[in-house]
Design a protein around this ligand. Structure first.
Ligand code: CTP
Ligand code: MG
Length: 230
C-alpha cells in the first residue's frame, strides 16, 4: 500500500525556551527537522512526506531538503491534531498515514518496519510505537493539594505512546474530525481512533525514540543520532 509520512512541525517549542522553534535547532550538523525528514524520506516504504508548518514560519525555506520533489508543505493549525488534519486532507483517502513528530529524530528504520507490519493485520485498525512505563506512577491529589500523592497507579499494562502512529488516512481523518467536533482532548492519533471505536496495536519500540522537549534532551538526542548513523 501507499504510505505517506505526515510530520507535524508547526509547534513553537515553548518548553525548550530557545530563540526559535525546537525543530530548527541543530544537532550533529543538521536541524532536528532535517534529521527527521531525511530519515522518513530514506525509508523504502515511504513514497511522500507532508510537513505541516506554522503560517509564520521563517526557517523552513532555508532548509535545502524542501526542494525534494517528494516533499509537500501544508499550513499547520492551532493544535497538533489540527496540523495533522490539514496534512491528511491533502492525501489520497486510500493511502496509509505514518504520522511522526518532527521532534523525534532518533527513531530507527527497524522500529518503523515493525510498525508497518500492522498493515498486514486485519484485526487492527492500525498501530503505534510505544514503550512500557519504567518508573512507579503516582497520581497527585486534585486542585490545592497537587503536590501531594493521592495514590500509586499500577504500572502493569501502562505504556508511553511514541510516534510514528500508522492508520488508514480516511479512517484517521474521520476519527480526528469526530473527536475534535465533540471537544475530546486529542494528544495523539491513537486517541482519536480509540474514541471512534477502532483497535490500535501497541508495537514495542526503542525508548531512544525520545520527543525532544526540554533543553536537557538535546545532548541525549545527539548521542542517539550518532549511534544510529554509525
Ligand atoms: N505541533 C504541530 N502543531 C501544533 C503544535 C505542535 O505541528 N499546533 C508539532 C510540533 O512541532 C512537534 C509535535 O507536534 O513536532 C509534538 O509537539 P510538542 O513536542 O508538544 O512540540 P511543541 O508544541 O512545539 O512544544 P511545546 O509543547 O513545548 O510548546
Ligand atoms: Mg506542544
Amino acid at each position: 500500500p501507499h504510505v505517506v509520512a505526515v510530520i507535524p512541525a508547526a509547534g513553537v517549542g515553548s518548553r525548550m525556551q530557545a530563540d526559535r522553534p525546537k525543530q530548527y535547532l541543530s544537532l550533529a550538523g543538521k536541524t532536528i527537522l532535517e534529521h527527521t525528514v531525511t530519515l522518513l524520506l530514506n525509508h523504502p516504504s515511504v513514497s511522500r512526506v507532508v510537513i505541516a508548518i506554522s503560517h509564520d514560519d521563517d526557517f523552513i525555506h532555508s532548509l535545502p531538503i524542501i526542494a525534494n520533489a517528494n516533499i509537500d508543505l501544508v499550513e499547520g493549525g492551532k493544535t497538533r491534531a489540527d496540523s495533522v488534519l490539514n496534512a491528511l486532507a491533502t492525501l489520497p483517502e486510500e493511502s496509509w498515514a505514518l504520522v511522526h513528530d518532527a521532534a523525534r529524530p532518533c527513531v530507527s528504520h527497524q522500529d518503523i518496519d515493525a510498525l508497518l507490519a500492522v498493515m498486514n493485520n486485519s484485526n487492527t485498525t492500525g498501530g503505534i510505537l510505544a514503550s512500557p512505563v519504567r518508573d512507579t506512577m503516582k497520581r497527585a491529589c486534585d486542585h490545592g493539594q497537587a503536590s501531594l500523592i493521592s495514590h500509586t497507579e499500577s504500572r502493569e499494562n501502562l505504556w508511553h505512546a511514541l510516534t510514528p502512529q500508522l492508520f488508514p488516512t480516511g479512517v484517521l481523518l474521520r476519527a480526528l474530525n469526530k473527536a475534535l467536533s465533540n471537544s475530546v482532548t486529542i494528544t495523539d492519533e491513537a486517541s482519536a481512533i480509540e474514541y471512534a471505536g477502532g483497535k490500535v496495536a501497541l508495537i514495542n519500540g526503542n525508548p531512544a525514540n525520545i520527543k525532544i522537549t526540554h533543553p536537557a534532551d538535546l545532548p541525549l538526542a545527539e548521542f542517539y543520532i550518532k549511534q544510529t548513523h554509525k
